[in-house]
Write a protein that binds this ligand. Structure first.
Ligand code: HEM
Length: 306
């Protein structure tokens, strides 16, 4: 039996998840989140009424079903073909996250789109995307020997801050705070925001602006390593993301720009996860269980050698 699941299947699962997340943005950007007021049926039916908003929401649910099947197949095949404790740990974790995701999706509709649950639904999807990429970690990835420690530290710090930025972006979207600061660079004509939603928007905006030079710094640090291309891709996506964020505000949130801002945000996350894989930052996840009990740094050192 081949050691790896068909690469096409794994990448199909990644692409399906990416499209599903972007469709999720289009569902709320078009106000279709409650077009199917019930769950799992839609207006009490398997085939819903053919209304545009219902079809957008129903399309998202169908895409979620197909993506879940692709994800479960990829995860189970990977766990069956690569019997390392690390793969089993990540695969098992991904199955749990998938169960949580389906539950959050249902609760989001049944509780009429509570902001924090909708935001948790986005963050959980980002964790599933990261886990799927880690599970697919190809052999021959450069690994830590070829990459300076500085790049590994920047990649890990970048992942943590970016996840917070993406979550905040999801919160801004779900609370409808996209125009809580309707102008740029000021916020309703002021330097500082007034009111909670304007604060959330303002922090998202300026954290995003701060992340851009950080990504350029990461790309410069990685420029003479095998991760140079991933580094410059992260910096380029970061620049595009900031431009789309500014455009979203200046043009008063056109759905196409909102969807593009969401999609580029998810691509930025996936690319940074992929880059961090090449630094060996996830080696501990693949380390044999006993390594976990040793001091973290010592375990990370042992895992890196293996
Ligand atoms: C690295 C930089 C940035 C990242 C990673 C990022 C990420 C995101 C994400 C993930 C969302 C939610 C999209 C969704 O799930 O539907 C979002 C929403 C939003 N972002 Fe950003 N963003 C960044 C920078 C900016 C900047 C610089 C601005 C403004 C100047 C901005 C303005 C907005 C607005 C207005 C929304 C709400 C859009 C809506 O209501 O659909 N973002 N952002």
């Amino acid at each position: 039996m081949p050691a790896r699941p068909p690469r096409a299947l794994a990448w199909a699962a990644v692409a399906a998840l990416f499209l599903l997340m972007t469709l999720g943005n289009i569902v709320s950007a078009t106000g279709s989140g409650l077009a199917c007021p019930d769950w799992p049926l839609c207006h009490g039916r398997l085939i819903p009424p053919l209304r545009p908003d219902v079809l957008v929401e129903y399309g998202h649910r169908l895409a979620a079903a197909i993506t879940s099947i692709l994800l479960v197949t990829t995860i189970l095949l990977t766990m069956r073909r690569r019997r390392s404790p690390g793969v089993r740990r990540i695969g098992g974790g991904l199955l749990v996250l998938l169960g949580v995701q389906i539950g959050l999706g249902g609760v989001t509709v049944l509780l009429r789109l509570p902001h924090l649950i909708s935001t948790a639904h986005l963050v959980n999807a980002l964790l599933i995307l990261a886990g799927l990429l880690v599970l697919q970690r190809p052999a021959g990835i450069p690994g830590p020997a070829a990459v300076p420690d500085k790049v590994r530290r920047l990649a890990v710090a970048g992942l943590l801050v970016l996840l917070a930025q993406l979550a905040l972006g999801g919160y801004v979207r779900h609370t409808g705070a996209g125009l809580a600061c309707p102008d740029f660079p000021l916020c309703s004509g002021d330097l500082l925001p007034r009111g909670w939603l304007a604060v959330a928007h303002w922090v998202h905006r300026w954290l995003g602006m701060t992340l851009l030079p950080f990504f350029i710094h990461l790309a410069l640090a990685a420029r003479r390593t095998p991760l140079a291309r991933s580094g410059w891709t992260v910096a380029a996506l970061g620049g595009l993301q900031v431009a789309l964020g500014i455009l979203a505000v200046v043009l008063q949130l056109p759905p196409a720009v909102r969807a593009a801002h969401a999609a580029v945000g998810y691509a930025l996350w996936g690319t940074l996860v992929w880059l961090s894989l090449g630094t060996g930052a996830w080696s501990l996840a693949f380390a044999p269980a006993r390594a976990g009990r040793q001091p973290l740094l010592e375990a990370a050192g042992a895992a890196r050698v293996s």
